[in-house]
Design a protein around this ligand. Structure first.
Ligand code: MLT
Length: 270
């Protein structure tokens, strides 16, 4: 189902809504993607949970400001709270991949009582290093002159695992198509928001909701050993390393990820 919401600043935001059940989950996409990355999960979990997969402001079908200084993780997180209000959802499980995980942490900082569970995929709680921040400034310049396509080819090799690059051509095609269709202003804004984010490390020890941390075995951006190190700071987090998958684990191993989410939700309602 196509859903629309007018944000506080007038931007028209889009989300896909699917499924039914007593539980609610919000799926937050990574960079430079959009809500369509969650289609395998939206298609297979509809009998279990009510799901909302928003396009973050400026990306996919959601409008966003032209001015990159107006983008922040806080703005993304407040949009999610507005979506919840509009849907009359008091609480929800947050499922975030990479940048989506950064936003889930930000939501946790702002609205801890509204989280009923957390599924973090291929993400981490640290702020950008100076070097990463420099890389984002460079990417902003490239996108400004060359559009989304100008970063797609170098990124695709990094975000997908070697198994997917060799044996799953349909996933490579889907991810590339998603990347090149991203609106430049939204990409530049997302890079700005990520560059300015604070550390979420201090939050980890206080996470009081059931948490699942998932990472692709071949993820080069947030590798499994680093993931296991920060996840150990979350009380009683379950951790899973998914074989033959890279950074976009939910598309590279869709059935495994849907099964993990289903099991997590079942444990939550038991
Ligand atoms: C993502 O997949 O969302 C990005 O890798 C996040 C980042 O650039 O830090």
């Amino acid at each position: 189902m196509d859903l629309f919401l007018h944000a506080r600043d007038g931007c028209r935001l889009y989300a896909r809504g699917e499924g039914e059940g007593d539980q609610r989950a919000i799926f937050i996409h990574g960079f430079p993607f959009d809500q369509s990355m969650w289609l395998p999960q939206l298609a297979s979990l509809g009998d279990t949970v009510m799901m909302l997969a928003p396009d973050l402001r400026g990306l996919g079908r959601s409008e966003g400001p032209e001015d990159s200084s107006k983008y922040s993780l806080e703005a993304y997180a407040r949009d999610l709270a507005d979506w919840m209000d509009e849907r009359r959802w008091e609480g929800a499980v947050f499922v975030g991949l990479s940048m989506g995980g950064y936003i889930a942490f930000e939501f946790l900082r702002l609205f801890p009582a509204r989280l009923t569970g957390l599924i973090l995929m291929d993400t981490h709680p640290y702020p950008d290093s100076e070097e990463t921040r420099e890389g984002r400034r460079h990417a902003q310049l490239i996108v400004k002159t060359g559009g989304a396509e100008s970063i797609a080819d170098s990124l695709i090799e990094k975000v997908l695992g070697s198994y997917t690059l060799a044996f799953r051509p349909e996933v490579v095609t889907q991810v590339r198509a998603m990347m090149i269709s991203a609106p430049p202003a939204g990409l530049i804004g997302a890079l700005e928001a990520m560059a300015n984010r604070q550390s979420s490390k201090p939050l980890l020890g206080d996470i009081a909701v059931p948490t699942l941390v998932v990472v692709g075995e071949e993820d080069m951006i947030t590798p499994p050993d680093q993931t296991m190190a920060w996840a150990a700071a979350i009380p009683e987090a379950q951790t899973v390393i998914v074989p033959k998958a890279g950074h976009v684990v939910n598309l590279e191993a869709p059935e495994e990820i849907s099964r993990l989410i289903r099991d997590f939700l079942e444990r939550l309602s038991a």
